[in-house]
Design a protein around this ligand. Structure first.
Ligand code: ADP
Length: 364
């Protein structure tokens, strides 16, 4: 059966109530009026009234009283039928609304799993669908918030434990203060600093509060400066940095600072996870897209882990990357920044062979 809209339903139900009410009124009136009238005539006959003239008053009165009696019965029956029907129709329409009210109340009360049921009234069905979509996204946000807090406490706990442990030992005179010891403490404090800074950046990027001003940016000079900066960090030229960027590349539509932030992160990772070999930066254009790839010959990422690398706090080897100062947030920020600039980032990698992180941004 075709699903009727709420307006059609209300209109038809009113019509039906009217038809039933009037119908029963007419039916009862038609059935009962002659009977009452006949009854009145019989009464006249018993009194022995003979002439029509003298019977007129009686006849008119008889007709009136028969009409009155039948009208009362018709009204009673019609009103009951119409009232009963309209109550039934109103209940049918109000029931899904009542269910919806219950669901929203439960949801507001903290039960984030409840969902509105589908209804055969299209308007209510749309309302239920919108509500369910909103509920799903709120549940997701809540879930991520919980995960974030649990990840965060985990990340904060380890440097804090190290710092507290050393400080307690120092206070109890169990260990000698030494420059190495203080450096260790400084390293942990730096980690905490970096963590809070990255987190702030990530939360701004995720909430969309990061100011992004896309402008035409020339990629080649930016890549050259960055690569030079990284080359300076490598002492004996291993891994070697290579830049492969045509001079004729069209400008890219991006926020230069945010683009640099992404590239610094990708290059930093490549350097961190590559002991020797080569780190290559390539740029090329493909239609309205400008691609940039950072490939390394480093430790690589296992196939199962690949879908997780852009998740915040995810690190292939927690202990080791923590040692190297990794927070597991860099790639999450990078992805968000690229998406905020209307681009896309992806990764390809093979364990022990190397990784390639590449992204595209629209050309200006
Ligand atoms: P981190 O600060 O830990 O590097 P990222 O979000 O930048 O955080 O990276 C997440 C994880 O992805 C890293 O801990 C590492 O395990 C893996 N990873 C990132 N880049 C590379 C790479 N070039 N080669 C191998 N593994 C990588």
């Amino acid at each position: 059966m075709a699903k009727l809209s709420l307006i059609t339903r209300l209109f038809l139900s009113h019509l039906l109530v009217m038809v039933v009410g009037l119908g029963s009124f007419i039916a009862i009136a038609k059935l009962s009026s002659p009977r009452f009238f006949v009854f009145r005539l019989e009464q006249l006959e018993q009194r022995g009234v003979v002439t029509v003239r003298s019977a007129r008053t009686y006849l008119v009165r008889g007709f009136e009283s028969a009409w009155n009696a039948s009208a009362i019965w018709s009204i009673l029956a019609g009103a009951t039928a119409a009232g009963g029907l309209s109550y039934w129709v109103a209940r049918r329409i109000a029931q899904p609304l009542e269910e919806m009210r219950q669901v929203t109340q439960d949801f507001a009360g903290g039960n984030l799993q409840v969902r509105a049921l589908a209804s055969d009234i299209p308007e209510l069905n749309q309302l239920a669908t919108s509500f369910n979509r909103m509920a799903g996204s709120i549940e997701g946000v809540e879930q991520r918030r919980r995960e974030l807090i649990s990840d965060l406490t985990h990340e904060l706990r380890s440097p804090l434990t190290v710092v507290r442990g050393y400080l307690e030992e120092l206070a109890a005179d169990n260990i000698e203060p030494s420059p190495e010891l203080y450096l260790r403490l400084v390293r942990e404090a730096r980690r905490l600093e970096r963590l809070t800074r990255d987190l702030q950046e990530l939360s701004k990027a995720e909430a969309g509060h990061l100011p992004i001003n896309p402008r035409p940016v020339k990629l080649r000079p930016l890549l050259m400066t960055l690569v030079e900066r990284f080359v300076d960090q490598v002492i004996d030229g291993d891994p070697a940095f290579k830049l492969d960027c045509p001079e004729t590349l069209p400008p890219v539509l991006a926020d230069a600072d945010r683009l640099e932030q992404v590239l610094v992160n990708l290059l930093g990772n490549a350097l961190r996870y590559t002991e020797s070999g080569e780190i290559r930066v390539q740029a090329w254009s493909e239609g309205a897209r400008l691609w940039v790839a950072v490939s390394d010959t480093g430790i690589g990422i296992a196939p199962d882990d690949l879908p997780l690398v852009f998740e915040r706090f995810w690190r292939a080897d927690r202990a080791r990357s923590r040692e190297s100062g990794g927070t597991g947030i860099g790639l999450a920020i990078a992805r968000r920044l690229i998406e905020l600039q209307n681009g896309h980032i992806e990764v390809e990698s093979e364990l022990g062979v190397g990784s390639t992180f590449r992204f595209w941004l629209p050309t200006a």
